[in-house]
Each structure stands twice: as C-alpha cells, then as structure tokens.
Write a protein that binds this ligand. Structure first.
Ligand code: BES
Ligand code: MN
Ligand code: ZN
Length: 505
C-alpha cells in the first residue's frame, strides 16, 4: 500500500472515503466543518444518542458536494485519555475494511481529531501499521488475479485491493517519522505473511532462501545460504537429521545488516523455517495437518524483520538466521530412538521425530553464538503445548536473561503482539536426560513448552538469549480488523520494536 501524508483541511481532500476518528469526550474544533459536507450527519447521530464515539460506534455518510470527500466515515475510538496504539491500529483497519465494502481503492484517514499531540509518533506509527496490514491480501494463487470469474459466479465479488491511503494531520516531524516507521514495519510483516501463506509445495526451503536473497537485494542486506554440503562441513548434524526424510534439500539462510560500527556485537534473530511439518516417522494425524505449512512462520517473521531493518537503515548490526527444512518421512528418515550429533558436539536421542523444530534450531543457535552476539532472540512455532498454555492471544517468552525478556515484553506490548513469560529453571532440564545420549529431544507430556525451551538453551552458550514460542499466535482466526484469518506475521513487529529500542532509532 502507498502511504502519503497531507496537512491540508480534511474537508477539501479529494478522496472516495474520508475516515475520521471521534472520541467520546467531545468534538474537537474543526469536526463541524467536515460534518457540514454530509449534512451534519454526525451532529444528528450524536443528538439522537446513536453515536457517542464509543469503540463500536460507526457512521457512514455521503457528501452532496463536488470535490472533497465522497463519503465520510466516523469511527468511534473511545475516550481520548484511553487512546492506545492498538486502538489506532484497529481504527485504521476498520477504515480499510469500510473502503473494501464501498469498493474503493483509496482512502484518507484523518488523525487531526482528537488533538494529534495526544496521538504522537507512536500513534501515527500504529495508524500507518493498521492501514498497511489491513490492505494485505494473498491472491497470487488464484486464477485471473483479483476480480476473477469464479468469485463472481459464486455471487461473492472480491473487494478491490485498497492500494493507497493518505494520513491527514497537521505537519509535524512526529507524523512523518511515525508514518515512515509504521509503513516499514507493516511492509516487513506483510512480506512475512506472504511467505507464510504460500503452501509447502511452493515455499520449500530453496524457495525461502531464494526469497530471502531477493529481499536482501531490495533492502541492501548481505545474504548467505548454506546447503547440505556446507551444513555437513559445519557439523550441523541435527538440521541434516531432520531433512533426511525429505527430497527437498535444507537451507540455512543468513541475512546481515551492518548498520552499526564494524566491531559492535550483533543482535541475532533466529526463526524456525520448517516449510512443512508432517511429523516425520512420528507422523502427525491427518486432521489439520495442512496448517503445518505455517511451521516456517518464525523464519518468515525474521525475513520480514530483516527487510524492514535494511530499508529503514536501523543503526545496529543485526543478523537473521533461518534454518529451513521439511519434516517428512521416507526410507532414509531419522527414526525414533536414533542418536544424532549436533554442531555444538552434543549427542541427541531422537525420541519423537515430530520434535524437529528444536533440532534445526539447535544448530542455528549454536552457529549464531560464533559471532558473540549482544543477544539472540529466536521465534518458532515450537510446541502444541504452548497453545494449551496461552491460547492464541500471547506468545510464550522464555530465556536466560531477565533484562532481555523485559525488553521483549515491552516490545510486544507496543507492537500489539504481546508475550508472556514462562519459567526455565533447572528442574525442568532433568526431563531431557537420556540413557544413551547427552540429551533427548522430548521431555514428556508435562511442561512441553518449557522443556522445548530448555532443549534450546543447551545450544546458546553464554549469550543472552530469549525464545518466543509462537505456535498459537502466528496464524489463525482473528477479530482484529487490521488482520485477516490466516497468517499474521507475528512476531515480526515485536522483533522490530525490540531492535529499534536497542539501537535507539
Ligand atoms: N510444529 C510443531 C508445533 C506446533 C503444533 C505448532 C501445533 C503449531 C500448532 C512442532 O514441530 C511439534 O510437532 N511439536 C510437538 C512436540 C512433541 C512431539 C514433544 C508437539 O507440540 O506436539
Ligand atoms: Mn513437529
Ligand atoms: Zn514443527
């Protein structure tokens, strides 16, 4: 989506749809002028008591005049004192959905009321995010593109893609900064969503690597891709053990952004890029298995975050590492009971081949520690247990560094991609003791998310490290108007908030 800012009078902007945010605590100066365009519809609705600016309040009215907005959409956002970035994201998303229903391809979003000073750069950023995220669609695998015949035949015409938006507010550095950052954050997250949405036969490890290389070119990043031979040279036996059951070759993708001083310790983002998880020999049940194309969501979020980091020129050294493989089963597949090696030199008894994410991450994390990072943050659709523990509203957060975890909590809250801590102390580690190897890859039924993170912690050395289990949050149904059912790119914006906070951007 193209985003522009405009500082003129909202009532004079030529647009098919002008969305105006309205708070409960009184109309701000200037709203009356807009309302005159539509015959005082807001004033009437207010005096009837129908529209009070509550978050569910909404009023669409049509202008009689020529020039200026054709439609005015009033969106309640609650009281001005309780306005949050998330409420602005939601309001922006509602505006885009209204544009779709009106079948128009562009809109203006007026942020002049309430007082833009109460909104600030954060608010402008959130509004920009809401617009760009809401406009995302995945249509590339439909024949005939967007307005195709079969949808028409079914009587459900697909709404047009909303391709551009104007944010209207008085000129200020906060507005320009907020819109620039919000646009970049949401563009990265949308790139992640597109990768997530692609099915396993399209988004193979080689495809993910090719896309990462393409994005690196776009964003001015360095890219390196390791194939099986290089992995063998690195001793990445755990990653290779997972890919053994598949005809598709694994890839280890490395994206590097050098925005800091040459000697500065990098921040490393690691994302699980398992392009399809059938479970391996410990095969999953058929029901819902198609969702396991989303098992590369962590990798997608990291690729999307790296796109943004490069295009914004974040002043820090940041590396993205994405181990990518399928987890299928053939005659050469790793079997339950097999003992495999790892880059770190630890032997692993594979009790369950479906606990493959931790295996590919083990080698990627160990690889990342070689750079002596300031911190490593990984994200992965790692455990079904996480969905049981936290459902779909928060990612699980575990790690070895309290300060880092506090930073990630805050980043998640700002991004509207919240996470919640789970403990990671020594007693859980015992569940991973093996009778034949250094450790086994599953720790039994209890505390599955914690024992998975315990497993990962064996491969992070002394580096401050945190892990986000996004099994319940990276995709699914949603009521957030700026998202859609399906992939949502979580935790791409969380990671971006974190690296920007770290770098002081
Ligand atoms: N990719 C799955 C985890 C998952 C499950 C993600 C449901 C999203 C929704 C992971 O590879 C897996 O299969 N984990 C196993 C681990 C178990 C065998 C210890 C699980 O959670 O069942
Ligand atoms: Mn699995
Ligand atoms: Zn998996």
């Amino acid at each position: 989506m193209r985003l522009e800012t405009s500082h003129g009078a909202p009532e004079r902007i030529d647009t098919p749809l002008l969305a105006v945010l309205v708070v409960t605590d009184g109309p701000a100066d200037g709203l009356e002028v807009v309302d005159r365009l539509v015959g005082g519809a807001l004033a009437l609705a207010r005096s009837a008591g129908d529209f009070r600016g509550r978050e569910r309040d909404r009023l669409l009215a049509y202008s009689e005049g020529r020039g200026g907005p054709q439609r005015v959409l009033y969106l309640g956002v609650g009281s001005s004192g309780a306005l949050t970035p998330e409420k602005l994201r939601v309001a922006a998303g509602r505006a885009v959905r209204a544009a779709e229903r009106c079948r128009v391809r562009s809109l203006a979003l007026c942020l002049a009321f309430p007082d833009p000073d109460t909104v600030g750069a954060r608010g402008f950023q959130a509004a920009a995010e809401g617009l760009v995220l809401a406009a995302w669609r995945f249509d590339e695998l439909r024949s005939g593109g967007v307005e195709e015949a079969d949808a028409e035949a079914a009587g459900e015409e697909r709404p047009p893609v909303v391709a551009s938006a104007v944010l209207v507010a008085p000129a200020s550095p906060e507005l320009e900064r907020g819109v620039r950052i919000g646009h970049a954050f949401a563009t990265g997250e949308n790139a992640a969503r597109t990768l997530q949405a692609r099915p396993g036969n399209v988004a193979t490890p080689a495809h993910l690597a090719a896309e990462a290389v393409r994005i690196a070119g776009e964003a001015g990043l360095e890219a390196a891709v390791l194939g099986p031979a290089e992995m063998a040279g690195e001793g990445m036996e755990a990653l290779l053990a997972v890919s053994r059951g598949s005809d598709e070759e694994p890839r280890l993708i490395v994206l590097r952004h050098s925005g800091g001083e040459p000697g500065d310790a990098p921040l490393v983002l690691v994302g699980k890029g398992l392009t399809f998880d059938a479970g391996g020999i410990s095969i999953k049940p058929a029901k819902g298995m198609e969702k396991m194309k989303y098992d590369m969501s962590g990798g997608a979020a990291v690729i999307g975050a790296m796109l943004t980091v490069g295009s914004l020129g974040v002043p820090a050294n940041i590396v993205g590492v994405i181990p990518s493989s399928e987890n299928l089963l053939n005659g050469s597949a790793t079997k339950p009971g097999d003992v495999i090696g790892s880059r770190a030199g630890k032997s692993i008894e594979v009790i369950n081949t479906d606990a493959e994410g931790r295996l590919i991450l083990a080698d990627a994390l160990d690889y990342a520690t070689d750079w002596d990072p300031a911190a490593i943050v990984d994200c992965a659709t790692l455990t079904g247990a996480c969905v049981v523990a936290l459902g779909h509203h928060r990612s699980a957060l575990l790690g070895t560094d309290e300060e880092l975890m506090a930073e990630l909590r805050r980043a998640g809250d700002l991004a509207g991609e919240p996470c919640w801590p789970l403990p990671l102390d020594a007693p859980y580690r015992r569940q991973l003791r093996s009778s034949v190897a250094d450790l086994k890859n599953v720790g039994g039924r209890s505390a599955g998310t914690i024992t998975a993170a315990c497993f990962l912690s064996e491969f992070t050395g002394k580096t401050p490290w945190a892990h986000l289990d996004i099994a319940g949050t990276a995709y699914g149904t949603t009521k957030k108007p700026y998202l859609r059912n399906g992939p949502n790119g979580t935790p791409c914006r969380l990671l971006l908030e974190w690296v920007c906070a770290r770098s002081g951007l």
